[in-house]
Design a protein around this ligand. Sequence first.
Ligand SMILES: [Zn+2]
Length: 127
Amino acid sequence: MTKTDLNKYRNILETKQGELEHVIRNREAITIEKSPDALDEVQHAAERELAIRNLDRESQLLRNVRGALRRLDDGSYGVCLHCEEDISPKRLNAVPWTPLCIQCQEAVDRSRDENNDSVDELLVNAA
Ligand SMILES: [Zn+2]
């Protein structure tokens, strides 16, 4: 990967990181907001639950983005964490924060379907 490529991905990742930090900060504010009106409680509970689910997803994404930035720093960016093959430029352009090549990602998706947590752990440790 050329220096120009690396700089391009760093820009994308830093922008994404800033966006996610902003969204997550705002969502935390929504999540803890409490209504004094009991009638609103059911509505609020549903909104809070949705907010928490989104927060989980955004937090996971932010971990991936930060992990990718760290790999840019240590020179391992663009290499699959699982099989250590280069991740295709096409995939990096689509998902610049991905830690996995497409083959390994598909294996993860398949094992998720089978409720196998071991690859999830790999990803959490990698993030
Ligand atoms: Zn791989």
